[in-house]
Ligand binder design. Structure first.
Ligand SMILES: NC(=O)c1ccc[n+]([C@@H]2O[C@H](COP(=O)([O-])OP(=O)(O)OC[C@H]3O[C@@H](n4cnc5c(N)ncnc54)[C@H](OP(=O)(O)O)[C@@H]3O)[C@@H](O)[C@H]2O)c1
Length: 300
């Protein structure tokens, strides 16, 4: 009996001590997904090495080690979170160096639309490489997980916040284009799960919010959260194109953004069960996210 008791205590100790022997390098660590991921891993007892171009300005938890290049953090690391936007031209090299350094697990931040034609992936024209980050993780020979999120909820704050801070109308393309936006913190929670368990090893994981809404419906949900009567005003593609070019956006980006929205008006939005399946609780609803982010849509 004593021996069995000792073995149980020992197994529990080994399981509990796993995080403290885990060191994970997080690229894009000050960003939408990276910042909550750093917090979750750190809270789980993981040694986090967080990459930022400007550690002095990052304003991040003291228990985290802040580094200014991914290379500075790879020795002794067990996992690497890959954000292709943050890694830029260093993406391929960083994966090779991680392998040489003995990293065993890669978690890639890709996108639900990574397989779509590039002419419908606007972020590519700003340097994101969601298709490549997944492919390189798979081809690395290491344990990999590719997270494929839908539109981040934070993107709605970026796109519509400026208009809603000064008025009650959102002007944009295709009122009927549908999306199932996901709370950025849910993506981070799934990423943390991919590092802390083997559940998601060697899997592509589509990640969406719990429900799809058209652009017009998203504005209505925001209105409910803000206690305001908001309206979506559909802007014809040509007029929108001129407006976006006038803000300095490149023609390739604008055309891909309009093409993405046009496709989303034709096809039903994907809604995946994976956040619930992985985390054992429902994905955050857009209404809840909106209520938590009122400030982004409210004048100061
Ligand atoms: N937004 C969406 O709806 C959506 C949907 C699906 C997939 N994705 C994909 O998710 C990824 C973006 O993730 P995210 O929103 O978490 O990233 P993010 O917040 O935009 O950026 C993460 C961090 O990377 C650094 N960074 C940003 N731009 C950079 C640049 N041009 N060069 C070098 N470093 C840069 C910044 O950190 P420092 O300033 O601290 O260095 C930033 O905090 C992209 O691959 C995107 O395509 C986005």
């Amino acid at each position: 009996v004593l021996l069995i008791h000792f073995l149980i205590v020992r197994v529990v100790y080994v399981i509990q001590s796993k995080p403290s022997s885990t060191t994970i390098v997080v690229t894009g660590a000050t960003g939408n997904v990276g910042r909550p991921l750093v917090a979750l891993l750190s809270a789980a007892g993981v040694h986090v090495r967080a990459v930022t171009r400007d550690p002095a300005a990052a304003g991040l938890p003291a228990e985290v080690t802040w580094i200014d290049t991914v290379q500075a953090g790879l020795t002794g690391a067990t996992g690497l979170f890959l954000n292709s936007r943050a890694l830029g031209a260093d993406l391929e090299e960083a994966i090779g160096q991680a392998k040489e350094a003995g990293v065993t697990r890669l978690v890639a931040l890709s996108a639900l639309n990574a397989d779509d034609d590039f002419s419908r992936q606007p972020s590519r024209f700003r340097g994101d490489r969601n298709r490549e980050v997944e492919r390189l993780a798979i081809e690395s020979g290491l344990q990999w997980t590719s997270l494929r999120p839908a539109m981040f909820a934070s993107l709605i704050a970026d796109m519509w916040g400026p208009q809603l801070r000064v008025g009650d109308v959102v002007g944009g393309p295709y009122a009927a284009a549908a999306f199932a936006p996901i709370a950025d913190t849910d993506i981070a929670a799934v990423a943390a799960h991919a590092f802390l368990t083997d559940d998601l090893t060697d899997r592509r994981v589509p990640l969406t919010g719990p429900q799809a809404f058209t652009n017009a419906e998203l504005v209505a949900v925001l209105g409910d959260a803000l206690g305001r009567s908001l309206r979506y005003r559909e802007v014809p593609p040509d007029a929108l194109r001129e407006r976006m070019l006038g803000t300095g956006a490149s023609a390739e980006f604008v055309d891909a953004y309009i093409a993405l929205q046009a496709a989303a008006a034709e096809e039903p939005a994907v809604v995946s069960p994976d956040v619930r399946d992985v985390l054992g609780r429902p994905a955050t609803s857009f209404a809840t996210w909106a209520a938590d982010h009122r400030a982004a849509f409210t004048s100061a």
